[in-house]
Design a protein around this ligand. Structure first.
Ligand code: NAP
Length: 497
């Protein structure tokens, strides 16, 4: 990997404006999931370094929140511009540590930067409200104040944008932040730290700690200085962090797993639907929380659609993620490949029919982390791939008779993050959007995103909304101020109320 701005490839943690090693100098190796080579190592920090980072964020808080919104906005805007200027280098860093095709990495850098850009603007519009009081002499004013020190724990599948989606609103409203990136992809996070420093964001406002997930996570979720924890990752770890956060009654937001239904009705534009399926499940090698991993096809078009999807899947170009022509790279970790292999085998034993894929591609070394795009027909939701989040290039296919059955299958899951409906009947589209229990419904499109649109799940997919103007509320708390405007003396204390 050749990058122009070599300063971006940082192998130290960023605490209180200093780039540091862990106290005991221990490190964790980071590998390239495509070549399996070790590309470097980052500090393996734990409880003590996390405490330092939290204290640094706390020390920086008072100055940062006292800046005018315009001052914070200007710094964030500069950060955004530096990210965009370094887009190509940041994309290369992402691809080498994450394995996603370089074009997807370029897109993710722009997507992440769009959050910094949006919240740089919104910093100036953190409005409160005034509420009319029944008594003529009283005013009620509600103001929004930054919640304080924020902790962000992020996953490896979107290593840059998941950080930007949290840091953007947090910093804009006047919070300071401690970020713990995934151990598989720390370099994308550290590169954002380098650019934040260059943008002039003061020391301690952003802190990045790499290392032991358990120790760092425990400290971030139990330390009373941290007032808000924002987590993106698996439902399993989300539940642990929720329980730990209860001890200090922290505000939490949870962006967790998913197993989205992708529903095609007989009246759909089939060409568009098929393109939608490929995008929904096979981008990022299926390692996406919104992946349309359950394909629901109406019975009258079932055979035709399945046959056409299978043909298109066979044409997907798997290869070196640095090659502009590659459409699918490797999976990010060996554990991912092994989990998928075991679930696919189990699903076939349970009665699922392997339509295509289901193996490591023969053109790659058997030790590689590549896995073929895989389709499994499932008679019902009891088959493992139909009800378990795969987080890989595996789609389960189910048949439905009518709208009611499609809704039942779509909702028959503990998850509720995303969903897709392809139909040309506008009424049906609206009915489906109301009936599906998920935070996102895409109709005749999939994966459409905008920093202006709220993003988040129902059920075990989490709570809280990132992105959109609502996110500002996640990092502020409201204070209600009652003002008596009367100059009359109050003689009777019991009439003050
Ligand atoms: P994960 O295992 O939950 O890890 C996510 C983050 O949590 C990583 O930084 C990880 O650190 C850390 N972590 C692990 N154990 C921890 C602990 N005991 N305490 C505190 N932190 C801990 O998830 P993942 O495998 O990286 O990501 C895949 C999952 O994320 C999928 O379920 C996917 O659906 C979900 N996801 C959701 C969204 C969304 O917006 N809803 C977006 C992206 C991904 P280490 O890397 O050091 O282990």
């Amino acid at each position: 990997m050749k990058i122009k701005n070599i300063k971006l490839f940082k192998e130290k943690c960023y605490i209180d404006g200093n780039w540091i090693d862990s106290n005991d100098k221990k490190t964790i190796d980071v590998n390239n999931p495509s070549s399996l080579e070790i590309i470097g190592n980052v500090p393996k920090c734990g409880t003590d370094e996390t405490k330092l980072a939290i204290e640094a964020a706390n020390k920086a808080l008072s100055d940062w929140k006292s800046k005018t919104a315009k001052e914070r906005s200007t710094l964030l805007r500069y950060w955004f511009e530096l990210i965009m200027l370094n887009q190509e280098d940041l994309a290369k860093i992402m691809t080498i540590e994450q394995g996603k095709p370089i074009n997807e990495s370029r897109g993710e850098i722009v997507y992440g930067a769009s959050f910094i850009e949006l919240y740089a603007e919104e910093a100036k519009r953190v409005y409160g409200e005034t509420i009319p009081d029944p008594l003529p002499d009283r005013r009620i004013v509600v103001i929004k104040q930054p919640i304080g020190v924020v902790a962000a724990i992020t996953p490896w599948n979107f290593p840059s944008s998941m950080i930007a989606r949290k840091a953007g609103p947090a910093l804009a409203v006047g919070c300071t932040i401690v970020i713990k990136p995934a151990s598989q992809t720390p370099y994308s996070a550290l590169a954002l730290g380098v650019l934040a420093e260059e943008a002039g964001i003061p020391k301690g406002v952003i802190n990045i700690v790499t290392g032991s997930a358990k120790e760092i996570g425990l400290e971030l979720s139990t330390n009373p200085i941290v007032k808000k924890l924002s987590f993106t990752g698996s439902t399993e770890i989300g539940k642990i962090l929720l329980a730990q956060s209860a001890s200090t009654v922290k505000k939490v937001s949870m962006e967790l797993g998913g197993h989205a239904p992708f529903i095609i009705f007989e009246d759909a534009n089939i060409d568009n639907a098929i393109n939608g399926i490929l995008l929904s499940i096979f981008s990022a090698s299926g390692q996406s929380c919104v992946a349309g991993s359950r394909l629901l096809i109406q019975d009258s078009i079932y055979d035709e659609v399945l046959q056409r999807v299978t043909k298109r899947v066979a044409e997907i170009r798997i290869g070196d993620p640095f090659d502009d022509d590659s459409q699918m790279g490797p999976l990010a970790t060996r554990a991912q490949v092994e989990n998928i292999e075991s679930s696919v085998a189990k699903s076939i034993e349970m009665g699922g029919r392997l339509v295509c894929g289901g193996r490591r591609p023969p053109q790659f070394d058997n030790e590689s982390l590549y896995y073929e795009p895989t389709i499994i027909e499932c008679p019902d939701m009891s088959i493992e791939v139909a009800h378990k989040e795969m987080f890989g290039p595996v789609v389960s296919v189910l048949k439905f008779r009518d709208e009611q059955e499609a809704i039942e299958i779509a909702n028959d899951t503990v998850y509720g993050l995303a969903s897709g409906v392809f139909t040309t009947d506008i009424g049906r589209g609206i009915r489906m959007s109301q009936a599906i229990r998920a935070g996102i419904v895409w109709i005749n499109t999939y994966r459409a995103v905008s920093p202006m649109a709220p993003f988040g799940g129902f059920k075990d997919s989490g709570h809280g909304r990132e992105s959109g103007l609502e996110a500002v509320n996640d990092y502020t708390r409201e204070k209600t101020v009652w003002i008596n405007t009367s100059v009359e003396p109050i003689d009777d204390p019991f009439r003050m109320q």
